[in-house]
Design a protein. Sequence first.
Length: 100
Amino acid sequence: SPVAAAPSAPAEWRISVHKVAGTTLGVDVDASDGETLVVDDVHDGLIKEWNLANPTMEVRVGDRIVEINGKRGDPSELAQVCIGDVQLDMLISRSAGPAS
């Protein structure tokens, strides 16, 4: 019998990147939802390196950065953590549904 479609709950997973001098995350984000950072673009940087090393947990355009180092719910605070902290442990969320 056919497998039922998965429920529409978003997939969530954690990634961890370590910044060293001269490195950047390499993502453009949109904070307009007021709670998360939505990935608008992935270019050269730590996130792209993570994606190459972890293809089953890659971060894509449209994914949401929900939490960084235990902080969540405020995009400006998330952005400050990205700037100020060296070790970044992030919770990523991807909405269910067809890939756009």
